[in-house]
Design a protein around this ligand. Structure first.
Ligand code: GDP
Ligand code: MG
Length: 180
């Protein structure tokens, strides 16, 4: 066996409640999806191992409740994060508007050494939902914002149909590896 580098990376998933954070993680880690909505309480993590180039990576992915009170989790919770995933619903413009707030909140609490290079990934979830005519517009706005923030990768997914979910988290792992 060749000597492999093993790395543990801490990932924090933020975004409004209902955008599909828990569903994305559940699809990624357990290959399962549930229609029923079950609110996340507090914060919890799952782990997933994957190979990125020559590195064996363990992602420790922290799920959060999207309520305001979540902010009281505070700096200790964000400490040591290697990547922050910002999730919005491509059919709900408001969920994108608040991404800026989550972005700001993260930088304020995590206080990374260099905020301008700290790795973020934006996920636009629920692309499977039909008949939403503003979706293209919402996605364009999200992409523009990502570009203006130093080219944050922006990936559209469906947790329901398992579309781009692996791609998105592979990107998260790659971005997290750039941290340090
Ligand atoms: P969270 O509050 O961000 O963790 O959101 P959840 O993962 O709990 O999902 C909220 C609701 O949206 C649930 O009813 C899910 O079944 C649904 N949902 C999540 N992802 C998708 C998706 O990609 N497509 C569709 N159609 N529904 C989704
Ligand atoms: Mg949840």
């Amino acid at each position: 066996m060749p000597d492999q580098k093993r790395v543990l990376l801490k990932v924090i998933v933020l975004g409004d409640s209902g955008v599909g954070k828990t569903s994305l993680m559940n699809q990624y880690v357990n290959k399962k999806f549930r229609e029923q909505y079950k609110a996340t309480i507090g914060a919890d993590f799952v782990t997933k191992e994957l190979q990125v180039d020559d590195k064996h990576v363990t992602l420790q992915i922290w799920d959060t409740a999207g309520q305001e009170r979540f902010q009281s989790l505070g700096a200790a919770f964000y400490r040591g994060a290697d990547c922050c995933v910002l999730v919005y619903d491509v059919n709900a413009p408001k969920s994108f508007e608040t991404l800026r707030k989550w972005h700001e909140e993260f930088l304020k609490q995590a206080d990374p050494v260099d905020p301008s290079t700290f790795p973020f990934v934006v996920i636009g979830n629920k692309v499977d939902v039909e008949g939403e005519k503003n979706r293209m517009n919402n996605m364009r706005k999200a992409r523009e914002w990502c570009d203006s923030r130093g080219n944050i990768p922006c990936i559209e997914t469906s947790a329901k149909e398992n579309y781009n979910v692996d791609v998105a988290f592979h990107c998260v792992a790659k971005m997290a590896l750039t941290h340090e």
